[in-house]
Design a protein around this ligand. Sequence first.
Ligand code: HEC
Ligand code: HEC
Length: 470
Amino acid sequence: MRIALSLSLSTTLLATLAMSSSAAAQIPPGESPALGFERTQQFEIEGGGISLLDLRKAGLKMFSTPFNKLDGYGDGPVDFVDPTGFGHRPTLQNNGTFLRVNGLDAQTCMECHSVGSNATAPFTFAIGGAGGSNNNAIFMPRNIDVSDQLGVGHASFDGRYINPPFLFGSGGVELLAKEMTQELQTQKARAAAHPDVVINLVARDVHFGTLVYDSKLRDFDYSGVEGVDHDLVVKPFGRKGELSSVRAFDIDAMQFHFGMQPVEVVGQDVDDDGDGVTNEILVGELSALHIFNTNLERPTQDPLNQTAKDGFRDFLDVGCATCHKPFLNTRGTTLNYTFPEVATDPTQNVFYASDLSQGPASFPVNGQGGLQVPLFADLKRHDMGPGLAEDFGNELDSEFTTARLWGIADTAPYLHDGRATTLTEAIMLHGGEAEFARDNFAALPDANKVQLLTFLRTLRTPVDPASDLL
Ligand code: HEC
Ligand code: HEC
């Protein structure tokens, strides 16, 4: 049978063709679900029957497949009660246009996560890399003033405009965060057991303020907690530090960018977005994606010459390391994968484990049975002042998780929205809790500034990550 394709051929017809088994054999590539019919199932992973290499390959497939409508791409009919909620946004489904605003902004993860280094021209490509300004996600803008009607001297917008970070080394970050969460939860239990005693919240050498159980109120007093949500779950993912694991982030990414609905969100055989496709992303497929993301190579550091060594001293002296801690140690080397995830107790429901001292991530071991994660951050949220604040109409939000500086030589543009094109700009835009460090940097003699920048330029992204999967 020949299939005459024309632009007027409806999605429904394509869906019909893809499902009729006699036609399926003859459908040209691209006209059937892009994921194909071989799907990774959770029970196969739990059974231990799939090697790490094959799981990473299955994850790369999820990361790099350009989903189409036959896979379930896009959202269904608008829900006027929750018109910006995943599955019900009035965007692509109306006329087929990529509006780019509030998601439905790409077909594959790779479109935004593929810059290995832009310290060279042309930039180098890398699986799991950062994104340029053109890859920014645009979230909930209500007012965009392109002609400066407000008279503030520049075009302006509200909502969020977010530049994609890379995913390299994310396994080490997730392991650290999970261990720190366990420490904070233990301290919370101690506070509960000792009413009215002020307990210091400290995980590794990062201080998260204090917690006390108030016996009169019969509740915790969270007013002393700093840089972490009241659930005391350390959340390193997302520029604002909103998600505790890569899996949790991936679940949102699938829905936000593509309208692809994970079974673990909407349920087995449930067509929540009403697009005629069920089981769009299987539990096993998200597990593979999570395992792939968190086993990506970690960023590296070039050997330090004398100038860079002096610059590192300046970095410490001016106070950058109060937030950008050069490294944090983990207790163990194994990242556990859990399903369903329980953020407050990352030891529950383990189905797979990966030793991050081995394999592509190969973090250095620290001599106490753990890993050294050279991330240049504290996994804590800080107030960066009004200049960097995101504008949500009637409220400004200036809190961000400390950017991890590993790989920074290769990842311009900088800051959450990519507004800084050089490291100097990025540093000079620090405000709020970081204002003192910015002022110290600004006051350095030029030679010391150059040293410090030379040091930052030794922090590199990995070369050819995941290339063993191709
Ligand atoms: C349109 C561009 C775009 C696409 C497509 C995209 N991302 Fe992202 N990604 C971003 C942006 C922007 C951020 C930062 C978001 C934030 O800070 O809240 C991000 C952040 C992340 C993070 C958190 C990284 C960190 O260290 O904080 C993960 C994990 C991630 N993306 C995975 C994915 C996966 C998996 C897919 C495909 C399902 C995907 N992304 C598709 C733009 C994109
Ligand atoms: C109070 C904590 C704090 C201090 C002190 C601090 N920073 Fe930052 N830094 C942050 C946070 C939070 C961000 C992310 C801000 C954003 O995304 O808008 C950041 C972002 C950056 C970035 C951009 C990273 C990227 O990937 O976009 C650079 C470069 C940087 N800091 C360097 C420095 C240097 C150098 C110093 C010392 C002069 C310093 N910072 C001091 C918290 C701090």
